[in-house]
Design a protein around this ligand. Structure first.
Ligand code: GUN
Ligand code: FE
Length: 433
């Protein structure tokens, strides 16, 4: 008997397998075998190769097996007001809706309740990986990380830094205090988890003084951290950044001048709706990931990001729910939002930029965003084994559908009820099969 047979992260799933190979091509293989060995995908096979015959096999029947979805940008504390207060633009919305809610996370009893609901819902969704903003509060951020660790999902979580332009109840009292709290947080969480990693999280330029950005850049280097923030989301915000940082030539340049815009480490910037030409050049040069958040950009009237252009330029792009600027946690719904927004952009704004296809947004929500986590988001050999099993039998039709058509309907019509199994890095999170 081979040693692999005893490992929980070594097994085979049988079912209808769909995954992206490139941005344009989804491979669909009906009734096939997906092999996981020690948490790593060995490939998809129509006939099971002899060498894997002894591995335990789970038959998923007629269900679809897809790579787990990757949410590159969301705010856990904002989940509590999802679907409320979408009648403002970004800056007014932050002051009126967001900051008062985030202020509550100094209260651990509230945080425990709110983060418990968030973690449970994220666990039951089709999302397997996520980049998450917490709040500026260290104890509540650690509580969130503890809860997410227990969920088995792979996440990057950031204690938010914000030392200016926020109400007293939420603003950190100085750059020094913000940096000190960040160090205390990192000391506490570094090496504490298997599934959760800290990610440095300056909220956005208007929230962080120059002194704080310099200190965070030092901390980033010292701890070799990835970084997440917001970029060029809203026209008023962009004008404000010009006022706050008159020495910068564009928004991304302000991050760049503090050494906070990727290059030799991973950086993900949410939105990127209104880039300048120079910003696009720098994003590509530095390998910055754009987290495209179409629902948020509609809900807050921000605009539509030029995703076709980013793809043509070879810029990394993934999808984000941006809870609660965006009103849905489901990454499938975010995929649909990305297609719809791209069609309006094409029709109303720039008819040279063709709309996104379902295949392309499926790629963005799996392999595109997955790249921020490494070899993640596909079933090609060598990828970490993240999978969701989707039962589409609720989506009835008298028509006979190809597997490709079934996938399209899962993207457009499925919800959490249809997620019947979930694996992350070869570990079973749940499976009702
Ligand atoms: N920019 C700075 N903070 C936020 C936030 O919480 N949500 C969004 N959408 N944009 C931001
Ligand atoms: Fe955001």
């Amino acid at each position: 008997m081979r040693k692999e047979e005893n490992r929980a992260d070594t097994f085979i799933l049988k079912g209808n397998i769909c995954y992206s190979e490139t941005a344009e091509t989804v491979r669909t293989v009906p009734n096939a075998y997906l092999v996981c060995r020690e948490g790593i995908c060995q490939g998809v096979f129509e006939e099971l190769p002899e060498e894997w015959r002894d591995f335990p096999l789970t038959d998923c029947g007629n269900a679809l097996i897809l790579p787990g979805l990757v949410d590159l940008h969301l705010h856990a504390p904002q989940y509590a007001f999802t679907g409320l207060g979408m009648d403002m633009e970004l800056l007014e919305w932050l002051d009126t809706r967001t900051f008062p809610e985030e202020g509550k996370y100094g209260d651990m009893a509230y945080a425990e309740k709110a983060y418990g609901i968030f973690t449970e819902d994220l666990k039951n969704s089709a999302t397997t990986r996520a980049c998450i903003f917490a709040t500026r509060h260290v104890p509540a951020t650690i509580l969130l990380m503890d809860m997410l660790e227990g969920s088995g999902l792979k996440t990057m979580v950031g204690k938010v830094n914000m030392d200016r332009n926020a109400p007293d109840y939420l603003c950190e009292e100085s750059a020094e205090k913000s940096a000190l709290d960040t160090r205390l947080w990192l000391k506490e969480v570094n090496g504490r988890y298997k599934n959760v990693r800290p990610i440095l999280t300056p909220r956005f330029i208007p929230s962080c003084s120059d002194d704080l950005m310099k200190m965070l850049s030092e901390i980033r280097k010292e701890y070799d951290l990835p970084i997440q923030s917001h970029l060029s989301e809203n026209k008023g915000e962009i004008a404000w950044v010009k006022e706050l940082c008159p020495w910068s030539s564009f928004y991304g340049d302000a991050y760049e001048q503090f050494g906070m815009f990727g290059g030799n480490y991973p950086a993900v910037m949410a939105h990127c709706v209104h880039p300048t030409e120079e910003e696009i050049v720098l994003m590509r040069k530095n390998g910055v990931f754009a987290a495209h958040c179409p629902h948020s950009n509609t809900d807050l009237s921000s605009g539509v990001a030029p995703i076709r252009r980013y793809l043509d330029e070879g810029i990394h792009v993934g999808l984000g729910s941006d809870i609660a600027g965006g009103h849905v946690l489901s990454l499938f719904q975010v995929m649909v939002g990305a297609v719809q927004a791209s069609k309006l952009r094409w029709r109303l704004e720039d008819d040279t930029q063709k709309p996104l296809t379902v295949d392309e947004v499926f790629y963005l929500g799996t392999k595109g965003g997955g790249a921020f986590f490494g070899q993640v988001g596909s079933f090609e050999k060598g990828y970490e084994f993240d999978a969701v099993i989707m039962d589409d039998s609720r989506l009835k039709t008298p028509r006979k559908l190809t597997l490709k058509e079934r996938l399209e309907r899962v993207v457009y019509l499925s919800d959490d009820r249809d997620v019947i199994g979930k694996y992350v890095a070869g570990r079973k999170i749940f499976a009702a099969i």
